[in-house]
Write a protein that binds this ligand. Structure first.
Ligand code: SIN
Length: 411
């Protein structure tokens, strides 16, 4: 299919929305590295381009990372300053965007992914939902180091089912052979296509689309670093073709009838998480830490975290979630002190089941993902039973759509 026929296929798929600027003005600029988020001091810079009524509107919410990196030389692939270039300037260098979408940008911040606080991610999530009030889709650019965490935070908290696509780059913008421009372009193509609506937040890098819940960074330098070990990719972007080969459980839940007909309201009820950040203060998001188990690992870290007021601890255990005797004893002490635990495996794939009381199984979530889910379950609930119920439901996210399928008669 030609470039223009593909563009025509994108056109008209999603109704145009404009006037993103007014909504975006309400968003906060995050604080400095490591510092607690401050009340808004500065209005973030948003850029709204002239609108073509035939095209969908995509807002790029930029946070920095390698994609916005300036290299020492055109060949210094690993010597660069991340979070330097402005999205407005980067978008101006990407060709043919005006044939894909009306693209606006919001410079939310400009630093490495690991520099963002949880309080800033709270602001980022509200900024994304705000942008989706007037845009057909949002692209979030971040560094790749904690992209799976930032993306899953959005997946758990963004209330709109419109497409949210997170992307970044393994090579800075200014080197030869950078993946930054192509990743930015393909993420916008993905969001503009509307094909990942209801999927929750997806990650697009290296032409591949992943469910952010399931994806993990597997290499410190390679451009195919993001992999989804258990379930594989959802689809890919080839030229302007967004090819979706499977739906994540999050999207399949839209078709669960639960005795009702599938209307937009019922679909939203099935799809939305209970973690609506507009109903809590950012200070209510509790501290949750990760304990990495190893041969004869000590339990002192667990004791210290409990004493420091950490409310949840995720264990990255061996095999099916095992932890050492000392860690297990420390966990028992911490549970007595009111700390709740989630069990994951350090193997890189597979599930953890079982657990009782204040020790919850994280199913197929990896430790960083389980940490964010435990944080949400703790913030939005009181008491072990309620926290466990929310945690287990969203950790073992599955869909049963048999009642929505035509029945098959045996002749
Ligand atoms: C970062 O995560 O901000 C640095 C690394 C990257 O963007 O790939």
């Amino acid at each position: 299919m030609s470039f223009h026929r593909n563009v025509a296929a994108l056109r008209g798929r999603v109704p145009l929305a404009v006037a993103a600027a007014v909504a975006l003005m309400l968003v906060f600029l995050p604080g400095a590295d490591g510092a607690p988020a401050q009340p808004p001091q500065t209005v973030p810079k948003s850029v709204v381009r002239a609108a073509d009524d035939a095209l969908p509107t995509v807002t790029v919410v930029a946070t920095g990372g390698t994609m916005a990196g300036r290299s020492d030389t055109p060949t210094s692939f690993q010597r660069y300053r991340a979070g330097t270039l402005l999205m407005e300037d980067m978008l101006a260098e990407v060709p043919n965007l005006d044939e894909v979408a009306n693209v606006n940008s919001l410079q939310f911040g400009n630093k490495g992914s690991g520099g963002y606080t949880i309080a800033e991610l709270y602001d980022l999530s509200l900024a994304v939902d705000n942008a989706l009030k007037t845009s057909d889709g949002v692209v979030v650019t971040t560094g790749t180091d904690t992209m799976e965490e930032i993306g899953y935070f959005l997946d758990l908290t963004v209330q709109s089912p419109k497409p949210v696509v997170i992307t970044g780059a393994m090579r800075p913008w200014t080197v030869i052979g950078s993946d930054a421009q192509a990743n930015l372009f393909n993420a916008i193509v993905t969001a503009a296509s509307g094909k990942t609506a209801w999927f929750g937040t997806v990650l697009m890098l290296n032409d591949e689309i992943h469910a952010v819940r399931d994806v993990t960074k597997t290499s410190s330098y390679r451009m195919d670093t993001f992999q989804t070990p258990e379930f594989g990719i959802l689809g890919y972007v080839d030229d302007l073709k967004v090819r979706i080969m499977r739906m994540p459980a999050r999207a399949l839940r839209v078709f669960e009838t639960r005795g009702r007909v599938v209307t937009t309201a019922n679909a939203l009820r099935n799809w939305r998480t209970p973690f609506d950040l507009t109903t809590i203060e950012k200070a209510e998001l509790p501290r949750v830490e990760i304990f990495y188990n190893a041969q004869e690992a000590g339990g002192e870290a667990i004791d210290a975290w409990a004493a420091a007021g950490v409310e949840g601890i995720v264990t990255a255990g061996t095999g099916a979630g095992g932890i050492s005797g000392a860690a297990s004893q420390a966990r028992n002490r911490a549970v007595q002190a009111g700390v709740m635990f989630a069990s994951t495996t350090r193997t890189g794939s597979g599930s953890v089941y079982g657990g009782s009381g204040a020790v919850f199984p994280a199913d197929s979530l990896n430790a960083p993902h389980a940490r964010l889910l435990l944080m949400m379950a703790l913030a939005f609930n009181d008491g072990v039973d309620e926290v466990r119920a929310d945690f287990v439901e969203w950790a073992s996210l599955q869909a049963d759509i048999t009642s929505a399928l035509p029945s098959l008669q045996t002749s």
